[in-house]
Design a protein around this ligand. Structure first.
Ligand code: PAF
Length: 313
């Protein structure tokens, strides 16, 4: 299958490298920055961690037209870049191309839907950890499951093919007929972990070791659960706080994706995670003070990187 991986971040690198090396697919990575795309083309993508050590030589292009129409486009950009990515990859998406999103947060499906239509859209989540180590270098920081499906619950042939290819690549993938439930179940986990790790600059596992962060994690999760209940979205676990805390344990050494962004002084996905709970809460008349505070803190961190205080030495 000819597969475009859109987004040269940690997850984009990992998926592109695994699809090429383990599943032996024809992979085209899109990196808008031409200079970096050239470097990646020459050097390949170096992977270390849970999948072993290897270098994958994938085709890297800075413009979609260099690759042409693909069978599948995997969207791996940060949620705030989804709109731009849709415009950038137009030449890769033909009448038979499927578009897969495994991004964090909520809101991406709607954007992809508006651009490409629901019939070709495959949505999902992945619980694999990926840490960006530098240009062309990624650590597979931990294995988890991947679940995909489409919005109307139909299991089409293409969804099965994509699940098989991802599984062959080492990203064991299941199919769900209730993808909203899958996405919101992951969202609640991200709501509990991401912003708190970014504000506190702690590994995931540390959040449950301190009473203060543990209480805030629980508060953020309780608010998110109230929103999901009012929206009649079913979560795929019975005890959300226990689930989030178990993910903290299972990914104890992870630097969450939001903390990676903050450490790299980049924009974060806060608007699509805790910010989404605040917006939905407002629309439904549900107070979300913990998520509001976390959103305000992360947004302030994002806008004040240059002003962060350092000790005069
Ligand atoms: O965004 C992340 O970092 C991950 O989704 C998770 C599950 C919080 C693990 O680090």
């Amino acid at each position: 299958m000819k597969i475009a991986v859109v987004g040269p971040g940690a997850m984009g690198y990992l998926i592109a490298a695994l699809l090429k090396t383990k599943a032996k697919e024809d992979v085209w990575l899109v990196d808008k920055r031409a200079e970096r795309a050239k470097k990646l083309n020459d050097r390949g993508i170096f992977v270390e961690g849970s999948s072993g050590e290897f270098t994958a030589k994938v085709n890297v292009v800075s413009e979609a037209k260099e690759a042409g129409v693909c069978d599948l486009a995997v969207i791996c950009v940060k949620s705030y870049s989804t709109e731009d990515a849709c415009k950038d990859i137009k030449e890769m998406v033909g009448p038979k191309t499927s578009v897969l999103t495994l991004q964090n947060g909520v809101g991406n499906i709607q954007i992809l839907n508006d651009h490409f239509g629901q019939e070709r859209l495959i949505a999902g989540v992945t619980n694999h950890g990926a840490t960006f180590l530098g240009v062309g270098r990624v650590r597979h920081a931990g294995k988890g499951d991947t679940v995909i499906g489409n919005a109307d619950g139909k299991v089409l042939g293409m969804i099965r093919d994509v699940a098989n290819i991802l599984t062959k690549a080492g990203l064991e993938t299941k199919i769900s007929k209730d993808i909203q439930s899958v996405i919101w179940s992951k969202l609640v986990i991200n709501v509990g972990i991401n912003a708190l790790t970014a504000v506190m600059r702690l590994h995931n596992g540390k959040l449950i070791e301190y009473p203060g962060t543990r209480e805030l994690l629980r508060g953020a999760v309780h608010e998110a659960v109230k929103v999901t209940k009012r929206k009649r979205i079913r979560l795929n676990y019975d005890d959300p706080v226990q689930k989030v805390e178990s993910v903290c344990k299972a990914t104890a050494g992870n630097i969450s994706s939001m903390l990676q962004d903050v450490l790299a002084r980049k924009r974060t996905e806060i608007d699509f995670i805790n910010g989404a709970i605040v917006r939905q809460g407002k629309a439904l008349g549900i107070p979300t003070p913990v998520n509001e505070a976390l959103t305000n803190l992360v947004k302030t961190i994002e806008s004040s990187y240059e002003e962060a205080v350092k000790l005069p030495c």
